[in-house]
Design a protein around this ligand. Sequence first.
Ligand code: ATP
Length: 608
Amino acid sequence: MAVQQGHAPAAGTPTLGRTFARLAPFVKPILPRLFFGFLCALAAGIVALTIPQVLAWLVNNVLHPEGKDSEVWLAVGLVAGLGALEALLVFLRRQFVITPAARLETQMRVRFYEHLQQLPVAFHERWGSGQLLSRSMSDLSLLRRWLAFGALMLVVSTVTVITGLVLMFSSSWVLGAIYLAGAIPISIKAFYFRNTYRAASRLSQDQAGDLATAVEESVHGIRVIKAFGRGRHMYDGFNSRAKQLRDTEVVKARTLASFLLYVVAIPETTLGLGLVAGLWLTAQGELSVGALVAYFATATVLAGPVEGMGMLLGMTLTTKTALDRHFEVMDTPNTITSPQDPRTPANGRGELELRNVHFSFPDAAGTVVPTLRGVDLRVRPGETMALVGMTGTGKSTLLALVPRLHEVTAGRVLIDGIDVRDWDLIQLRRAVAVAFEDTILFSSSIRENVLLGAPDLPEEQLAALLNEAIDTAQAGFARTLPEGLDTVIGEEGLSLSGGQRQRIALARAIAARPRVLVLDDPLSALDVRTEEAVTEKLRITLAGTTTLIVAHRPSTVALADRVALLKDGAIDDVGTHSELLARNEHYRFVIASLEDEDTNVLEGGPRA
Ligand SMILES: Nc1ncnc2c1ncn2[C@@H]1O[C@H](COP(=O)(O)OP(=O)(O)OP(=O)(O)O)[C@@H](O)[C@H]1O
């Protein structure tokens, strides 16, 4: 199965404008504050540009023999006052933009998380977790920083440079033209820079995502890595990926540095040319000394915004890439949704029926034989049916179709006579509880884990439900933990043994009080005696609950009311364990292989 590594699609990358236009609905509510922030930033830029004009006035009118002392102090006071005003405006700019930008980031992050929750299992099987992690965290942080600073300063810097040029032209068109001429090579360089930097930026963000996936996988699989002594191998793999990211970052930094070289060197060169021309013009009497001073002071003020524009362009391109990555996930349609007019039977008894069900995994569609090819099965209300078949025949896949974790390719799955696609999705998943073989628990208390899917009930009833579920699943060990059922279990429950985790997960499925219970070999890590105790208790507690259980042990199979045999993507036979033993050769073969497996486990041998 190919896991999405998240690299840029070769074609169809949206333009800069189109990408940022998609921010409009999010930016709209905070537009007034952004606008005031922009005004403050602009005013700060203009105030900075006013200081050279005060200097020009000082040189032309005050610094000569008839100049008055009071006017010198006035000029000094003006420069100091303008400096203080600029600082105040910069402070106000930050106040206006920081909070709304952080709010926008949170809003987009929460929507992203909500969308991830809704996307089907098939999507999550394709995408690396690190890619999703980096898209929800670092990409959106980039956006906040750009919005609070980059976007504003890019506009302000542009306006400041244009205003500075107008001031230069107004004192001398020759000097203005010399300074402006520097913009031509910078623009040409910027054109090439944009393409190179955008590609490098996309690559580095995708590689960072892949690296996050590698960290996540290594942490998740640390026991396997240690047990197989593969630490060095994993380290080497990680090291080489980290180096790839480093190389991309170096390319990115070099590209930006070479662009900045132009952005810094060209205005400095034009300033040198301006000096020669300005001195000549002053000597000719065509330019006042004050105007010349003002020209150089303006050029000095402009040096910051001009250089800043290079950096800000880089920041804008990185943010564009981050947004593209964000919207790639947000644009992935959720293919498993509630219907417009859902139908939910009020008091169904939990009858489960599969009619001519076909299923292919989306990745494998059209290339390999469909996993399920015409499954017909009816599980009576309150019945416990075991699903048996050779490994890889599609038992887990069949189970996943009941709560619509996957969608049938053809055919129908019905609960109480209604197609699961016609159920309200939330109602359906309340009606069907699931426990898997590889248990997923959350890093919260045992109580919260068990009551995850429980119905809304008063506190005392919830407590009773919790105790009943714990007892049925033979998970009483949880009460002996340091803080009993309030003990917080480590990340993914890794502080518990495999069997303990399975029993907590089973208790969770029981506490959901479902109509249909779907169990994917949830007792595989238990010893046969505990498994028997669990199954016996389950029969009593869930007497009226329809149960479909994938069984890998003859003991589980024997406890079921009936058994369905899955073979070649379809149900080969249904009957009691003894009926099938008597009449179905393939069933005898499957049971014999399960017995072999069990013996191997009991004798400490390998388990397939
Ligand atoms: N996400 C996926 N994408 C493509 N193929 C898949 C995916 N998941 C499972 N398969 C394939 O579908 C087939 C059925 O898998 P499934 O897990 O349902 O079998 P199973 O009968 O439950 O096996 P086991 O008894 O070993 O648990 C297998 O051939 C498997 O390789």
